[in-house]
Every structure is written in structure tokens, then in C-alpha cells.
Design a protein around this ligand. Structure first.
Ligand code: SF4
Length: 515
């Protein structure tokens, strides 16, 4: 689709691109200013096709109110589609600018929904954390009924998604009643960047571990160094740790003794008995051994994740997961029998070649296993993955089928007593849907809630870890990404740790002055 957009009184190109991308693919957009001068383009004109085109005129005015109007015309539209919308402009400049983008997005979405007949469940929300918006409203004292109305009328979120958000934040506040008051502690994310092989859809920092013994040792030396220095910093200030999460890669790719040494190092600086939750991703069943489970039990790991993604063998082969379905089931049962009481499983909806029949098969397997939590992802074509680079080779189901599969998964969880407790969206998610974490009551992952709703500083250690330091006064978030590549990490960990600690010194000073 080719779309010409005339922007009068605003330059909200990014918001417009994001909304148009929800409706059309491939897409080419040409932006013109109010005088008809070309200012910017988006997309590739050669792949967008010549058959269909649309023209949108988006007008924005202020004050006395923030007002927008839209007119949409096109080859297949007989009578121009028009609409308008306005809101109060009584806020400060920054808030008014935010609202201005929203009113322009609002009118554009309405004309696009009318022209295409496609309804966008999340309305004008294109960010990855829709629940955060509702939390912010609650924190600011907005009444639940008013918050619901704002989501539906202003953000155009459909009622079923508003209800989902309400259920999620209720669950989150039940699992972490002090969610809005966690600033006095931190959480840790520890990234181990190795896996047995690389999956086709993967964009995580994951390197095949075989033949890399040297770099694994050098990486672990760096990780021990980070734990020692950051741990000492926490200990000196008496700062508590709410949750610790080992992710990656697949942390259980390293040897049992190496895992034991990392927990031992952590325990020298952090009172692990006071940590509310310790999670280890053991995503690839081919990495799980009885020795590693013994180590995790010794250190009282609360929660592990064993990820089938699909229970169809051909699919696993197609996406480069070199383990069998039987192995997933066998390792799950072994972990259970050895005493692991909180196991998460991940499923991906929309993997190549899969439709509702494959999902029904996966859900039947889950009937027997009943993990404490189930995270349902929708396949995302991320730029850096092998799958995206070879998109033609991977046939995936269309929007309607994906939608039906999501519904099927959600019905299954409802029937089995799971409740949704966190949600995030990604760009390029099939069908513009979302990833939802479901759990049995009381088995929610606290770390997932904290990271998703950005309510606490998270310190990132290890390869590919992205720390998020929250300024206690302004609530601004500064990202601290560690290098993804073990080689770069090994070269830079000393320097990086010093810089991170500098920033933490600064934040901690603000925190002690304001508390
Ligand atoms: S197991 Fe996870 S981290 Fe490892 S390659 Fe596969 S998707 Fe990536």
C-alpha cells in the first residue's frame, strides 16, 4: 500500500508510521507538510506495490483545545472518510505534546478502521507495555472507572483488552502489594550468553557453547568480577535485592560446578534468604541434568523455565531447536520429581507451518504436565533473526488463524485455572497481538512483573544484560546495556562495572537525600 499523508500543524511522523504499519504490509508512506512539500518517506516504494493508494490529511490545532481532524480518500473509497476529536489543553507543555500526538493518532486510527474494516485491539497504543499506562493512572489516583473510560474513549483500546489489563494489574498488585514502593531495593538480571545451538527466530545474545570452553571460562571470570564489585556496593549500602533472574542464552548451558560457583559468589554479598524470588531459565531441555537441578535445589532456586515452544517435532527441527519433544517432557518430569515446585513453560504461537491443530496438540500435552506458569508468545519477525533474513523459507499462518490460536490458548488457560499476570507487545508481532504470561494463583514471576512495569532499578550483569536504572526523583530510566558478544564483554567488563557503579553512586545519593 502507498499512502500519502499531509501533516498540517504537526510533525508526528513516527506515530503515523506505526499506526499505518498495523494496517498495511508492505507499506510506503510519503509525508508532505501543510504547503504540500515532500518532507519524509517511509518504507520501500518498489515493494509497496502500485495497485492501491490512500491519501490522508491530518490537521492539528491548539489552543483553546487540542483538536485534530482527519480526511481519508483513496482508490477504493467512494466518499471521503472524515472525523475529528479534541481534548483539554490545560496541562504543561510536555504533557500537552503527548496529548497532541494522541489526538492525531486517535483520528487517524478511526478513519483507517472505517476504511479497512480492521479493528485494532490496542487502539492507538503502539508501545510494548500497555499495562504500565494503567498502573500510572492508578498511581496518580485516577478512579478505576475513569481509567477504563480513558482507555476506551481516548486511546481506543477495545473493551476485551481493557478487561485483560485490569485483570493483569490486579494480579500483579496481589503478587507484589508494594509494587509502587520498591525503590529502596533493586533486582538483578544475570545474562549467560550460551546455548547448545542457535534457534532460527532468536535475537537474544546466544552463542553455541560447543568448542567455546575458553571463552566460557573467560566470560565467567568477568561475571564473577561484576558480582564481586556490584555485590560489595550493595552490601556496603545495605541495599536489599528483591529478585534475581538468570537469563540468556540458556544459563543451564554451563556446567553444574560453574553454576554452583556463581551462586556461591552471589551468597557472599547478598542474603539470598531475603531475596523474594530466584529464577533460572533452563529453556533448552537438552541442557538440563540431575546435577544442575541438585545445584539449583541447594541454592533454593524458586522458579525455573523449561520451554517446549511447540510439542511438534517437525517444528522444533524447522526452527533449529535440536532437542526432541520427548526430551522436554522427560526433563520436565525429572525436575518435578527432584522437587522443583515452580516450573514455567513457554509456547510460541505462529511458528512456521503451525496452525490450530498443532496448538491443540501442544495444549493436550500441557494438560498432563500442568506447569505452574505458561507464557504464550506470538512469533515476532525481529530484524536480526535467521528467520527474518530468510522470510520466504518460513511459511506462517495469517492474521485470522493467529488470532484464533491466541484465543484458543487463552481459553485453555482459563479452563485450567491460570490467570494472566503480565503482558508485553513487540514490534512485528504477527497479527499485532501480544505475549501473555499466565500463572496459577500465587505462582506469578515477580521478576517479570517488575521488569515489565518498570517499577524498580534492575542491575544487569553478564553478557547482553540490559540494566535499567531509575532516577528516584524524575522516574527517568537510563538503560545500561552490557555487550552482547562474549569477546567484547571480556574486553570491557572492568571498565563497564566502574561506570555503572558511578551512576549507581549518583542515584543512591539522590535516593538518600529524598528519603
Ligand atoms: S534457546 Fe532461547 S536464547 Fe537460546 S538460541 Fe534458542 S531462542 Fe535463543
Amino acid at each position: 500500500m502507498r499512502v500519502q499523508v499531509i501533516c498540517r500543524g504537526h510533525q508526528f511522523y513516527r506515530e503515523i508510521e506505526l499506526l499505518l504499519s498495523l494496517f498495511f504490509e508492505p507499506l510506503y508512506v510519503e509525508f508532505l507538510d501543510g504547503d504540500g512539500n515532500a518532507v519524509k518517506t517511509f518504507g520501500d516504494p518498489d515493494t509497496a506495490g502500485l495497485e492501491e493508494s490512500l491519501k490522508a490529511v491530518l490537521q492539528f490545532d491548539m489552543p483553546p483545545r487540542l483538536a485534530a481532524s482527519a480526511e481519508l480518500t483513496g482508490d477504493t473509497i467512494e466518499t471521503p472518510i472524515t472525523t475529528s476529536y479534541d481534548v483539554e489543553s490545560d496541562a504543561d507543555d510536555q504533557e500537552n505534546r503527548k496529548r497532541a500526538k494522541q489526538v492525531v493518532s486517535h483520528v487517524l486510527l478511526r478513519v483507517l478502521e472505517e476504511a479497512t474494516g480492521l479493528k485494532q485491539p490496542w487502539g492507538i497504543l503502539t508501545g510494548i507495555r500497555p499495562a504500565k499506562l494503567l498502573h500510572t493512572m492508578r498511581e496518580n489516583g485516577v478512579d478505576p472507572q475513569e481509567a477504563r473510560e480513558q482507555l476506551q474513549q481516548h486511546y481506543l483500546v477495545k473493551p476485551e483488552k481493557v478487561e485483560l489489563l485490569e485483570r493483569i494489574i490486579e494480579r500483579q498488585l496481589h503478587a507484589i502489594p508494594d509494587l509502587y514502593r520498591l525503590q529502596d531495593e533493586v533486582s538483578l538480571y544475570i545474562g549467560i550468553p550460551f546455548c547448545p545451538t542457535k534457534c532460527a527466530y532468536c535475537t537474544f545474545p546466544a552463542y553455541a557453547i560447543n568448542g567455546r570452553a575458553g571463552s566460557v571460562e573467560a566470560f565467567l571470570e568477568g561475571l564473577h568480577y561484576e558480582i564481586q564489585h556490584i555485590g560489595s556496593w550493595l552490601k556496603e549500602r545495605g541495599l536489599g535485592v528483591t529478585t534475581i533472574y538468570f537469563g540468556g542464552g540458556t544459563p543451564t548451558s554451563i556446567e553444574a560446578e560453574q553454576m554452583d560457583a556463581l551462586f556461591d559468589e552471589l551468597s557472599r554479598y547478598i542474603d539470598l534468604d531475603r531475596v523474594r524470588e530466584l529464577t533460572v531459565e533452563a529453556g533448552r531441555p537438552d541442557t538440563i541434568t540431575p546435577e544442575k537441578i541438585e545445584v539449583m535445589k541447594k541454592w533454593k532456586v524458586d522458579r525455573i523455565s523449561i520451554n517446549p515452544q511447540s510439542f511438534t517435532q517437525e517444528t522444533l527441527k524447522a526452527i533449529g531447536r535440536h532437542h526432541t519433544v520427548d526430551e522436554t517432557i522427560e526433563k520436565y518430569r525429572m525436575a518435578r520429581e527432584m522437587g522443583m515446585q515452580n516450573i514455567n513453560m513457554d509456547l510460541i504461537i505462529g511458528l512456521p507451518g503451525e496452525d490450530r491443530t498443532h496448538l491443540a496438540h501442544s495444549l493436550r500435552q500441557l494438560d498432563d504436565l500442568m506447569p505452574e506458569s505458561l507464557t504464550v508468545h506470538t512469533l515476532s519477525f525481529k530484524r536480526a533473526s535467521t528467520m527474518t533474513r530468510n522470510r520466504d523459507r518460513y511459511q506462517v499462518s495469517g492474521r485470522e488463524e493467529i488470532d484464533a490460536m491466541m484465543k484458543m490458548a487463552s481459553e485453555w488457560t482459563e479452563e485450567k485455572g491460570y490467570v494472566p499476570y503480565y503482558l508485553y507487545r513487540q514490534k512485528n508481532i504477527l497479527g499485532n497481538l501480544e505475549n501473555v504470561g499466565y500463572s496459577l494463583k500465587g505462582k506469578e514471576s515477580l521478576y517479570n512483573i517488575i521488569i515489565m512495569e518498570e517499577k524498580q532499578t534492575i542491575l544487569g550483569l553478564g553478557c547482553g544484560a540490559v540494566g535499567k536504572h531509575i532516577d528516584p526523583q524524575t522516574r527517568k530510566i537510563k538503560r545500561w546495556p552490557n555487550p552482547k558478544d562474549p569477546g567484547h564483554y571480556i574486553e570491557r567488563y572492568r571498565d563497564m562495572t566502574a561506570k555503572k557503579l558511578n551512576d549507581l553512586d549518583h542515584l543512591y545519593k539522590i535516593l538518600s537525600e529524598t528519603s
